[in-house]
Ligand binder design. Sequence first.
Ligand SMILES: Nc1ncnc2c1ncn2[C@@H]1O[C@H](COP(=O)(O)OP(=O)(O)O)[C@@H](O)[C@H]1O
Ligand SMILES: [Mg+2]
Length: 263
Amino acid sequence: MTASPPAPASSRIVAITSGKGGVGKTFVAANLAAALARAGRRVLVLDADLGLANLDVVLNLFPKITLHDVFTGKSSLADAILPAPGGFSVLLAGSGMVEYSHMTPEVRDQLLRVVAEVEPQFDHVLLDTGAGISDVVLYTVSLAGEVLVVVTPEPTSLTDAYATIKVLATTQGRRHMRLLVNQTRKLGEGRAVRQQLQQVVDRYVNPGLDGPVRLDLLGEIPSDPAVRECVQRRQLMLEVLPGVPAARAMVAAAARLAASAPQ
Ligand SMILES: Nc1ncnc2c1ncn2[C@@H]1O[C@H](COP(=O)(O)OP(=O)(O)O)[C@@H](O)[C@H]1O
Ligand SMILES: [Mg+2]
């Protein structure tokens, strides 16, 4: 089978990416999904970290069926869509699967088919990507209408977020991306991070493009010991500690996302 062109990317499909690993993409995907579900939205999170998945770990799920089974024809897509705590649905992936460390025409076709099939069934489809800017990550992002870059205020995370934004602007023609600044230490740090990244993009990326790249702030999530505790206990923060500052910030970010993708 040859790779088909990507379907028209719908704004209901949001790719969550970052460049750097360990900044909170999976934590954000799970809790943003739970916040959207609480607001009455039908939400699916697809673990697009196909070879090193861990959405199942964060949600304390032990899947018998994963995307690998769907891709290889062992299972139907419908059977692989599982309910998660938090009232949303998930498509989980496997771990330690080296065959997904690079993109093949087969995986391209299968991922495209799966995303195209789930898109009409949900109000929001969140694609939780792996770290880096591999062809698997970039192809996954190309299927989304919206890009959410998770970034922390650390210089290494900022550098990787900038590199990711630059690559997406130049190779995919992205002119609008959203930022979720995670692990902030003081209020307003999210705005400062957005401004800093926008300035670098204005200076080094925009001059070579046909139109400027605009970065929007979806929200800022404070660094919160409750997050680590929840991950440790494999519990969803939005469910067990909905009142902590990080959970409230997630609900606010979800409301902004929902407002820009009406039902
Ligand atoms: N807002 C936060 N406050 C405190 N710790 C956090 C926060 N966000 C993420 N973390 C920590 O970072 C770890 C990595 O997050 P994860 O979502 O797995 O990152 P990624 O998917 O980007 O690799 C989490 O297990 C958690 O311990
Ligand atoms: Mg992750």
